[in-house]
Ligand binder design. Sequence first.
Ligand code: FAD
Ligand code: DHB
Length: 397
Amino acid sequence: MSQTTDLRAQVAIIGAGPAGLLLSQLLHVAGVDSVVLEQRDQAYVEARIRAGILEQTTVDLLRRAGVDARMNAQGLPHDGFSLAVDGETFRIDLRDLTGGSSVMVYGQTEVTKDLIAACKARGTPLIFEAADVTLHDLEGASPYVTFTKDGEARRLDCDFIAGCDGYHGVSRASIPEDRRRTFDRAYPFGWLGILADVPPCEAELIYARHENGFALASMRSPTRSRYYIQCDMGLRLEDWPDDRIWDELAVRLGPAAAHGITRGPSIEKSVAPLRSFVCEPMRFGRLFLAGDACHIVPPTGAKGLNLAASDVRFLADALILFYGRSDEAGLEAYSSRALARVWKAERFSWWFTGLTHRFPETDSFTRRIQRAELDYIRGSRAAQTALAENYVGLPIQ
Ligand code: FAD
Ligand code: DHB
């Protein structure tokens, strides 16, 4: 295979998930050019069912990037959600508790489709099915990326590389082990998710704590519902036909929600593991990590996608400062600035998971303490405010 120096960009972006695509868009708006390399094909990337809740800060960022038309038309603003504790429900009024903030229900699949369409419309090279992506000379002034496309060896020269290739990507692994530190927690359960073309059981989301385990009622639109139940990681999907899931949701979400559930055939069903993970620092030479490439949160509280967005905002601002004024201060500060927000979201997601899930090793005392904390939240505006301000997203600082 011959190797041709055929591509050049200011920023090489690895991964066409929300982090990579949004970074490319924000850079484009500021006149900085990029090339995006993605190992999967477009249909796969667009069909991957994942997160569904956008923080106010993520909504604002998509607006700044000019990729908000469909979100404005089809997204569902939510001013609150409910907590169900052993079948009894109370509401967290996000707007009231945070002085006006809310969240937006708009699926990650839709965000991804909008960003891919914008990327193609502006003519940024977005190369799907890029195989064997390898990063080179990260500590030098002229890093580059090699990959193969349709069996042909290719090379992409750049000033900087943004590693936006998710938890299993190549970017984090390209940093020598003695130059990074990782923090990790695996949870002894997963989430069994089901997507169905039925109306949601309630107008807002319900997070449920129940003796049988956690459950979540969410949605993608007024006619498409997304539900989750806590499950064992060893679960076999064939043991969980749709009716068994609907039955279990009705028990865990409680009688009021159960009454509102419309059953229907699942159009997607999958198990996701729960993990907390952080890699520090988020920079190695001219490589900058963003999103799941350097941190993972358990999904409780819907922080994963939103953290990817805030990383990318910090990184875009730093790169724009560098190209606009030859000022490296933003790049120097990127890792510590992003990590400060990452760790707060790690803490919140870990806490919200502990508050609502059944841990196999927990004794009856700890179960009572969990219920007492939920009871305290129910009765305390101060506790509700702490939950609400984390849920809508902490300020970008
Ligand atoms: P990703 O979306 O993972 O994108 C990374 C991209 O890089 C992918 O397209 C991948 O194909 C590509 N890539 C990987 N390796 C390479 C390589 N070597 N070369 C080139 N490209 C590469 N968050 C929530 O808030 N709520 C949820 O309900 C939720 N559910 C989830 C379910 C699952 C199964 C998973 C995995 C995650 C879920 N998340 C959820 C988390 C959320 O989806 C992520 O935080 C978000 O996708 C992060 O975006 P990203 O762009 O950083 O990474
Ligand atoms: C969804 C996922 C979450 O993790 C969450 O906290 C809320 C909603 C969802 O997929 O709709």
